[in-house]
Design a protein around this ligand. Structure first.
Ligand code: ZN
Length: 73
């Protein structure tokens, strides 16, 4: 798969990624597998991973302003 921005090669990486949930909650998901462009650093989250992220975000404590969770396969 190639980068949608520059057409460069995408590389699988494991990284920590913040997600904004609702108005003022930030959830940091650690050890998230995603594809990152070696050329421009644009990243892409695969559909299967994004579904799992949605599940994780749906379980988050809605009153917390900042939550750090781990992406477990
Ligand atoms: Zn790129």
């Amino acid at each position: 798969m190639n980068c949608r921005i520059c057409g460069g090669k995408l590389e699988s990486v494991i990284t920590d990624m913040p997600f904004k949930v609702r108005n003022n909650s930030i959830v940091i998901i650690k050890k998230l597998p995603l594809l990152q462009c070696k050329n421009c650093n644009e990243y892409l989250i695969e559909d299967a991973v994004m579904e799992k992220v949605d599940e994780i975000l749906a379980r988050v404590d809605q009153t917390a302003e900042l939550e750090v969770l781990s992406y477990a396969v």
